[in-house]
Design a protein around this ligand. Structure first.
Ligand SMILES: Cc1cc2nc3c(=O)[nH]c(=O)nc-3n(C[C@H](O)[C@H](O)[C@H](O)COP(=O)(O)OP(=O)(O)OC[C@H]3O[C@@H](n4cnc5c(N)ncnc54)[C@H](O)[C@@H]3O)c2cc1C
Ligand code: SF4
Length: 261
């Protein structure tokens, strides 16, 4: 296992460094993958779909902070294509293990929300309609929303709204409260932002196949990489999630032994 900071050299409007989209685009172009399950959105409501070329893939960049039914497509995808990839949160990657996938790209994740919940938070806390949002992010303990204010033809100003994540974390999906995986440990390659400087991705290279692809992408000038990663920052979030293992063990005990209590 190896940690890297990475950034795309392509001009893609992405969430962080654009490593994910560039990596998947390379895999489709080189026919390492025939198709990959990714997420686009309508007014930030996730829509899972199967991209079979880079034009389709380019509808997917940026993080949508609500649950996307990616794995519903895996049965169709694996029946109709030989080399199928999946990009998803740690829970998607775990569920994806029951399919014969060529490549799994996991995203770091601390929590996620129901679509209606995130829509109400943005309206109630910032007075912003979700269709006005340009980008959202959970970073450095804050939930951050950006909109674009256009003035005339030439000037576009970014407006940033933020609140401490603590103020809304209790509204997250129920499953996220007992989730134990932050860094998608069953993926071939895991991608996030924590641990790297702004505009870069932290990448955990988990096997030889992922390493060879990344090396070739560097040789071809598609990405730049460096080895300075704050691994402790990643491990801290992994440890917070691991604490849920103990809670889950207790819940399972109460669930399977109701007669005892
Ligand atoms: C709900 C959520 C929570 C996250 N929490 C953290 C965190 O706490 N810390 C951290 O460091 N990183 C977190 N991330 C990951 C981070 O936001 C970026 O996705 C990651 O850094 C990759 O950036 P990129 O520029 O390479 O992505 P891009 O190149 O912009 O590509 C984004 C990819 O994400 C996929 N995607 C978007 N929304 C979803 C979704 N809802 N479900 C599944 N796949 C999706 C798209 O298909 C696309 O392939 C989270 C992501 C999500 C979606
Ligand atoms: S916190 Fe866990 S369960 Fe919730 S979306 Fe993220 S990976 Fe899935």
């Amino acid at each position: 296992m190896k940690y890297l900071s990475a950034k795309s050299k392509l001009n893609i409007e992405s969430q962080d460094g654009g490593f994910t989209t560039t990596f998947l685009g390379y895999c489709l172009e080189r026919e390492i993958l025939d198709a990959v399950v990714v997420v686009k959105s309508k007014n930030w409501k996730p829509i899972a779909y199967l991209a079979t070329n880079t034009v389709e893939l380019l509808e997917s960049p940026k993080s949508k902070y609500s649950i996307s039914p990616n794995n519903k497509l895996l049965e169709y995808a694996t029946e109709n294509y030989d080399k199928v990839g999946l990009v998803g949160l740690p829970c998607h990657i775990l569920g994806g293990l029951q399919f014969d996938l060529t490549l799994k790209v996991g995203l770091f994740c601390t929590k996620n929300f129901y679509y209606d919940t995130i829509k109400s938070i943005i309206k109630e806390r910032f007075g912003v309609n979700i269709d006005e949002v340009y980008k959202m992010n959970i970073t450095k303990g804050k939930f951050v929303v950006e909109t674009l204010k256009r003035e005339g033809f030439a000037k576009t100003e970014k407006v940033v709204y933020e609140i401490p994540i603590k103020e809304i974390e209790k509204l997250c999906n129920l499953g996220c409260r007992v989730c134990t995986d932050f860094s998608a440990k069953y993926a071939d390659v895991s991608v996030g932002s924590v641990g790297s400087e702004d505009g870069w991705n932290t990448v955990i290279v988990r096997n030889k196949m992922a390493e060879e692809i990344i090396n070739d992408m560097v040789d071809k000038g598609l990405i730049e990489i460096k080895e300075e990663v704050d691994i402790k920052a990643v491990e801290k979030l992994e440890d917070i999630k691991k604490k849920n293992e103990e809670i889950n063990k207790c819940s399972a005990y109460f669930a399977v032994c109701p007669a005892l209590f």
